[in-house]
Design a protein around this ligand. Structure first.
Ligand SMILES: [Zn+2]
Length: 683
């Protein structure tokens, strides 16, 4: 070997280390030749004069990637022993590839130089203390790095080009397989096909991945193994939420060929170890998307709909799925003032209101308001029920047919399992029949297998029976039609839950908007249907919550009649004399009377004596703002007295009015400070 003369007795007195490396388990399995050659290096060391007991092999790094030394215990051991100076030579098939990173190799070379350790590969012996050897090793290392780079680059480019043609073969999800010509086709196994199709059908019905898991309870889902001893085999396992998401998000089921759905990134964790993590890439950034590349289980549009549905279910991202609670428009009502979502808030007794919470973000607009939930709900429900025309009922019936189909599919899966078990039992029977009777050992094994298959068949039969029995009977189409025609009754039926109503509402209505309406006694509601159509309704809005009862009671009748000429304390006395009580069953107090006045807009009697007027009246007469009048009163420019109720009464004569008019005229365009003065709290 080249440079064998560099090996001295000093080297031979120390240990010769054979370092073995093979990047991946795949390489270890497939490239046995290379592994054998690496082990043969131990013989090379002995041939070079090392005693067999002084030759050690480090093979702990077989099957580990060489890109970084972090996880390679073998390489770390090698380094530490070289540092200790107990190693005479390190042998590797190709020294420059001992470590795939230049930094690792440079460290090894530096240590080897300091401790007088030789590095030996199939090309020769390197003494790092020799400048030429050091240079050659450095060059080899740089070359191998460059080679790797170019190779990786070519591979990537070739891969990318193949992917752009849709020809780069990637492992297919269960339910799709490559045929003999390399084309992607649906898995010919009808049981697998049915299971995959059912995931999509269940999602359409349940609307969530958890719903799919629930629908699959007790039923297994196929999974195709890649690599390892189980490669290509189909295994059946319980369906998990994670698997459902994988299936729902995989565009291959929509017949699309996609490259670049995932990206791997390197991160450094707290301990300084480099880790590779795989992340999902948003759909808009996928490198290659070829639609209609192969037959699928759903259309691209359906795939997008599932994607949108999943995003909507994801509450962390702002989605608002239907919840318990009676507020019908919860989750789909929008504030027309600021465009933000309105929250459904419950105030005991299941009384709810929709409230715009934009003030929390400082985005409140004058159009933002809150509204009692039932006001909106009743109006929207009425629109919904009247809008359900015969054509739409036909659609609902089609949906019912879909449910029936789903029932059929559930038992179809069990039927297919029976068919498979029967086929395997038949095959075991044939194998048993073909064996020669004299070959008792084989016959016994085959008989046992046949019996096992027969037992499996019996199990499958039983499962089918159970599946068929478990299905609740479906109402026939005629009664469904009757049910659909009687939708209002169904809607109001006590058995229909708030959640059911919400679901029904959401199947037809995309969102509801509380539009700005200048008249506070009315509410304007926009309804956007999923069809794209939009409706607008204006409804009467009852007074603020807390009003005893919307219908006039004897008590409110009394307040309405006497209110304009009777003060609040007098009204309280009168109401008590009649024995009237509020809606909540309490005796009337001043506050309760004030509520009724507010609700029915009953004016309070004027506190002013004859010859006196209120501030508002004075302002009206003078054509100025009440603030101006308050300003004059505060500054003593205008005489006024306070009534027992605290209201200001201004003695008014033609002379007073003339004075005021003159003051306005002489102050030019009025004192701006006067305009800004705000009125005091009035009662
Ligand atoms: Zn708002």
């Amino acid at each position: 070997m080249n440079g064998e003369h560099k090996i001295t007795s000093r080297h031979r007195a120390r240990t010769a280390l054979v370092y073995l490396r093979q990047s991946t388990l795949m390489q270890v399995r497939e490239h046995t030749e290379s592994t054998l050659r690496q082990y043969a290096l131990a013989d090379t060391a002995i041939a070079m004069g090392w005693a067999p007991r002084d030759v050690e092999v480090i093979d702990r790094d077989l099957g580990l990637s060489g890109t970084s030394a972090a996880h390679r215990a073998g390489f770390r051991e090698l380094m530490s022993r070289v540092c200790l100076g107990e190693i005479g030579a390190v042998l590797g098939l190709e020294i420059s590839r001992l470590a795939r990173s230049n930094a690792d190799l440079a460290r090894l070379a530096e240590m080897a130089r300091l401790t007088g350790t030789l590095l030996i590969d199939s090309d020769g012996v390197y003494d790092l203390a020799d400048f030429n050897d050091w240079l050659v090793l450095g060059l080899k290392s740089t070359m191998s790095q460059a080679e790797l780079h170019i190779m990786a680059g070519r591979l990537q480019a070739a891969k990318r080009a193949a992917a752009e043609r849709g020809e780069l073969r990637a492992p297919l999800p269960v339910g799709l397989v490559y045929d003999d010509d390399g084309m992607v086709v649906l898995d010919p196994d009808a049981e697998v096909q049915a299971a995959v199709a059912d995931i999509f059908a269940c999602f359409a019905a349940a609307g969530s991945a958890y719903g799919v898991v629930a629908a699959f309870a007790g039923r297994k889902f196929p999974q195709r193994a890649y690599g390892g001893v189980w490669a290509g085999q189909l295994r059946w396992a319980p369906l998990t939420h994670h698997r459902v998401l994988q299936v729902l998000k995989n565009p291959a089921y929509a017949g699309a060929y996609v490259h670049g759905r995932h990206v791997t990134r390197k991160t450094v964790d707290a301990d300084g170890n480099v880790r590779t993590v795989t992340a999902e890439v948003p759909r808009a950034q996928w490198a290659v998307v070829i639609k209609d590349h192969h037959p699928g289980y759903l259309t691209w549009e359906e795939y997008l709909a599932i994607e949108a549905r999943l995003a909507a279910n994801h509450t962390g991202g702002g989605g608002r799925p239907a919840r318990e609670g009676t507020a019908l428009c919860q989750g789909i009502i929008i504030c027309g003032g600021c465009g933000g979502p309105m929250a459904a808030n419950y105030h005991g007794d299941d009384r709810a209101s929709y409230e715009c919470h934009s003030h929390r973000d400082g985005k409140k607009t004058p159009g933002c308001r809150s509204i009692t939930a039932h006001v909106v709900d009743d109006a929207v429900a009425a629109v919904l029920l009247t809008a359900l025309t015969p054509e739409q009922l036909a659609l609902a019936l089609a949906a019912a047919d879909e449910v029936a189909g789903q029932h059929q599919r559930a038992s179809r899966a069990a039927e297919l399992a029976v068919e498979r078990a029967r086929y395997e039992a038949d095959r075991a029977e044939r194998a048993f029949g073909q064996v020669e009777p004299e070959n008792r050992l084989v016959a016994r094994t085959l008989e046992a297998r046949w019996e096992a298959k027969l037992a499996a068949l019996a199990d499958a039969d039983q499962a089918l029976q159970a599946a068929q029995n478990a299905l609740p009977p479906l109402p026939d189409r005629a009664s469904l039609a009757k049910l659909a025609a009687d939708l209002p009754a169904l809607w109001h039926a006590p058995t229909t839950t708030a959640r059911d109503r919400k679901r029904l509402l959401r199947t037809l209505i995309a969102d509801v908007t509380l539009l700005p309406e200048p008249d506070r006694g009315k509410a304007r509601i926009g309804i956007r249907w999923h069809t794209g159509a939009a409706d607008q309704i204006v409804i009467d809005r009852p007074g603020p919550t807390g009003i005893p009862a919307p219908t006039p009671t004897p008590a409110t009748q009394l307040i309405r009649e006497l209110g304009p000429v009777t003060s609040n304390p007098e009204l309280v006395t009168l109401l008590a004399q009649h024995g009237y009580r509020t809606g909540a069953g309490r005796p009337f107090d001043i506050k309760a009377v004030q509520w009724v006045r507010h609700a029915y807009q009953i004016p309070t009697p004027s506190p002013c004596n004859s010859g006196e007027i209120s501030v508002a009246d004075a302002a009206r007469r003078l054509g100025c703002s009440p603030g101006v009048v308050y300003y004059w009163i505060e500054n003593g420019q205008l005489a006024a007295r306070r009534s027992p109720g605290g209201r200001l009464c201004i003695p008014w004569t033609p002379a007073t009015e003339a004075d005021c008019q003159a003051r306005i005229a002489t102050s030019g365009h009025l004192n701006p400070a006067a305009r800004r003065t705000r009125p005091r709290q009035r009662h």
